[in-house]
Design a protein around this ligand. Structure first.
Ligand SMILES: [Zn+2]
Length: 452
């Protein structure tokens, strides 16, 4: 299918221009004024619309295994929600169980993801250090995985001890990859969690109270110090606190390769939601937890001045029934919430339309930087030779986010009632129309695994 998109306003991270776009064989083949319509091309009139690169979500967890069951979106339902929101590429995770090799876990995860309708890749998590881990990391890199994820929290499951984290940083640094890090001080958090429960403080509000911002900031500081010694670039996922931003900005100023991601929920929600009954509070049980109003402002400033490079979603929804696993003990509430569907609309409405960021920054945060940082060379841009992943964005469409109209497979919605403007009216992935006039075109075509 060849597609000619006419009369639109093309927005990339660098520029905003009026031009037409021609796609051919899944790639963007021409950009310019008055492109002659090829005989076999479909034409789309994008007058009054923005034409942007298909968005890249650097942080999602589809069917993440937990004791309360897998996160409620699988790769099919989650990728459909992503497409409705204008996201055409997702980066999920490979989390081996202890004793399993990284490469075995990678191949299994690739099978699980094979029905995704978006393109996809993974960050691979070493959850322990074994004599074979160095070779497994190198083998992952040769199979097209260049980013790894380590957790300082969750010490009793996937969290790494500091000296093992240092080994991972050294190996990945040497081989030219990137380590992404969940920064929270796991041991200190476990102490506080257990202390609360021993005092009979078992309600969901104690989740956030057991994970104060200082535990995140101290972990960020430690990781930055270790990464410097190990000569490894690091990417701090879901930064939520102004205390963490200070360490990140300082390291960046000194020239260290430290990237930061935040998520729409840290920009738009705060800890005032941790009041009410279990079902209300439990839907906001995420890690790190929501912070204060002043953290929101600091995060917007960091997004605007470039300290924070990407907006990911940490999409990891659970149904209320799953959250209820922790009704008697907050430690058993599965951590996470959905968001893959809403990122572009929320960042457009509450970022661009309130003049906190420009249109180009919107594309940079949601598409270009995630693609650049994670080595997706043909994604995140509208340029001749890039993949024909294109969103035609209708800036005038109005929506109210609700559990009743979202496509995410979840009976909870943390952005319930948020009014948004903008719609991914037409979504083209690899040269095929997958969303037309806001409706999914059912096709047998699935996404592809992206070797990086
Ligand atoms: Zn996550």
């Amino acid at each position: 299918m060849n597609i000619l998109i006419q009369n639109g306003t093309i927005v990339t991270a660098e520029a905003t221009i009026q031009a037409d776009i021609l796609t051919k064989d899944g790639k963007i083949s021409d950009i310019g004024a008055n492109i002659i319509i090829p005989a076999d091309a479909i034409t789309i009139n994008a007058s009054g619309k923005y034409v942007i690169p298909g968005a890249v979500d650097p942080h999602v967890h589809m069917q993440l295994p937990t004791p309360a069951g897998p996160s409620s979106d699988n790769f099919l339902s989650g990728s459909i929600a992503a497409l409705y929101g204008g996201t055409t590429t997702i980066l999920d995770f490979v989390t081996p169980h202890k004793g399993q090799s990284l490469t075995d876990a990678l191949e299994l995860r690739k099978q699980e993801a094979s029905n995704a309708l978006t393109d996809y890749s993974f960050h691979v998590s070493p959850v322990e250090w074994r004599s074979s881990t160095e070779d497994e990391i190198k083998e992952c890199i040769s199979r097209g995985i260049t980013s790894f994820k380590v957790y300082l929290a969750y010490k009793n499951t996937v969290g790494l001890k500091d000296h093992d984290l240092f080994k991972v940083l050294k190996v990945v640094g040497k081989t030219g990859g990137l380590v992404t890090v969940h920064c929270e001080m796991g041991d200190e958090i476990d102490l506080m969690r257990n202390k609360f429960v021993s005092e009979n403080k078992t309600g969901p509000e104690f989740h956030a109270l057991s994970r104060p911002a200082i535990f995140e900031a101290d972990a960020v500081r430690n990781v930055i110090d270790m990464a410097k010694l190990a000569h490894c670039p690091v990417y701090i996922v879901h930064v939520s606190s102004h205390l963490s931003l200070k360490h990140i900005a300082e390291a960046q100023k000194s020239g260290q390769a430290v990237f930061a991601e935040t998520c729409p929920h840290y920009l738009l929600l705060d800890d005032s939601v941790y009041k009410g009954d279990f079902s209300h509070i439990a839907k906001y049980v995420i890690s790190p937890p929501l912070r204060k109003k002043e953290d929101q402002q600091a995060l917007w400033d960091a997004v605007s001045d470039g300290t924070v490079k990407t907006a990911g979603t940490d999409h990891c929804p659970f149904n209320l029934e799953q959250k209820a696993a922790g009704i008697d003990d907050f430690r058993n509430i599965p951590n996470g919430a959905g968001g893959v569907e809403h990122r572009l609309a929320l960042m457009f409405t509450y970022g661009v339309l309130t003049n906190k960021i420009t249109l180009n920054q919107w594309v940079d945060l949601c598409s270009a930087q995630p693609a650049n940082i994670f080595g997706l060379k043909t994604k995140g841009n509208i340029a001749v030779g890039s993949d024909a992943d294109i969103v035609i964005w209708n800036p005038d469409f109005e929506n109210t986010i609700s559990v009743n109209n979202h496509y995410q497979n979840c009976d909870l919605e943390i952005f319930e009632g948020f009014k948004t403007k903008g719609l991914a009216e037409t979504v083209i992935k690899n040269g095929n129309i997958v969303i037309e006039n806001g409706e999914l075109i059912v096709s047998s075509e699935t996404g592809v695994f992206l070797r990086r």
